[in-house]
Design a protein around this ligand. Structure first.
Ligand code: URA
Length: 289
C-alpha cells in the first residue's frame, strides 16, 4: 500500500497525472498558487484602485499534455501589462528591457538569459531553450514556449510538433540550415501549461532583441500566442493565419506571417491544408529576398 492507495491504483493515478501534463513535482507539500496569485491581485487592485473585474493571471494546465494553444478556441492572451501588475513586476519589466538592450550579439543574449532570474519559469525548467538553426538565415520561426522534449534537449521544436515543422519545411525545400528557430518564452512552463501574460511580458524584450540581432527578412509566427505577443494582434489564430503582419523592430519593419502551430495541426490534421497554403505563400515571399 502507498498511503491509502493500492500499488495499481497509485500507478493509475500517476499515469493519469502524466496524461494531464502533470509530470514534475516541485515541492513535497502542495502549494495553492491560484490562492497566492489571487491575494497578490487583490492587493494590487487596492493599491491601483482598479475594479474587481481584472482578468486572472494564472494559466491552467493543458488537458492534453501538450501546451494548449490560445487564440484557437479562446482569445489570445494580451501582453499588455494587466492593471493588476504589481510594482515589482513593473520594475522587473523595466529591468528586463534594459538588460536585453545590453546584448550586442546572440552569444551575449544567450549568456545573459542563462543567468537571468527575473522569470520564475527558469527555476522549474531543466534548462534554457535558446534557439536552433542558422542565425544567418533570412527566415525566422518563433513559437510559444518549449515543451518537455525541448526542455530535455535544450533545443526548440524537437518533439512531435518540431518533427512536423521539419516536414513542413522540407515541403518547401528547406531545412534547419535555412531557418532560425526560437520561442517567445525560452523556458518550459511546468506541465506544459500556457505561459501567463506576465511571463510572456517579461520574456518579450529578449525575443525582440533576438529578432533584432538575427535581423531576418521574413518571420513566421507559429500560433496565436506568438502572433499576439509580437505584433499585438488581437484576433485568434484562425482569423490571423495566412495574413502578413508587420513586425516593427524600431529601426525596420519585417514581414511576419502568422500560421497554425504544428502542435495544433497534430491535434487537428484537417487544418493542415491551411498551413500548406501559408507555407506556399511563405515560399513565394522568400523567393523575393
Ligand atoms: N512548441 C513551441 O511553441 N515551441 C517549442 O519549442 C516546442 C513546442
Amino acid at each position: 500500500m502507498i498511503g491509502d492507495l493500492a500499488r495499481e491504483q497509485a500507478a493509475e493515478l500517476l499515469a493519469w497525472y502524466a496524461e494531464m501534463g502533470v509530470d514534475i513535482a516541485l515541492n513535497d507539500e502542495p502549494q495553492d498558487r491560484f490562492a497566492e496569485s489571487a491575494t497578490v491581485e487583490v492587493a494590487a487592485r487596492q493599491v491601483s484602485g482598479a475594479p474587481d473585474t481584472a482578468p486572472p493571471l494564472a494559466a491552467s494546465p493543458s488537458p492534453r499534455g501538450e501546451r494548449a494553444l490560445p487564440g484557437i478556441h479562446e482569445p489570445a492572451p494580451s501582453v499588455v501589462i494587466p492593471a493588476t501588475v504589481t510594482r515589482s513586476q513593473d520594475e522587473a519589466l523595466t529591468d528586463a528591457r534594459a538588460l536585453a538592450r545590453t546584448a550586442k550579439s546572440l552569444e551575449d543574449l544567450r549568456a545573459l538569459l542563462e543567468s537571468y532570474d527575473g522569470v520564475a519559469l527558469r527555476k522549474t525548467a531543466t534548462r534554457l531553450v535558446f534557439a536552433d538553426g542558422n542565425p544567418q538565415a533570412k527566415l525566422m520561426f518563433v513559437g510559444e514556449a518549449p515543451g518537455r522534449d525541448e526542455d530535455r534537449e535544450g533545443v526548440p521544436f524537437v518533439g512531435r510538433a518540431g518533427q512536423l515543422l521539419d516536414r513542413m519545411l522540407a515541403a518547401i525545400g528547406l531545412d534547419r540550415t535555412g531557418a532560425y528557430i526560437a520561442n517567445v518564452v525560452p523556458w518550459r512552463p511546468p506541465g506544459n501549461r500556457t505561459p501567463t501574460p506576465p511571463e510572456v511580458a517579461l520574456c518579450l524584450p529578449f525575443i525582440q532583441r533576438q529578432i533584432e540581432l538575427v535581423d531576418p527578412d521574413v518571420i513566421v509566427l507559429l500560433g496565436g500566442s506568438a502572433a499576439s505577443a509580437l505584433t499585438g494582434a488581437k484576433d485568434g489564430i484562425l482569423r490571423l493565419r495566412g495574413r502578413w503582419l508587420d513586425y516593427d523592430t524600431g529601426t525596420r519593419t519585417i514581414k511576419a506571417l502568422a500560421t497554425l502551430h504544428p502542435a495544433y495541426l497534430l491535434r487537428t490534421p484537417s487544418q493542415k491544408k491551411l498551413a500548406w497554403r501559408d507555407f506556399r505563400a511563405l515560399k513565394a515571399e522568400l523567393s523575393k529576398h
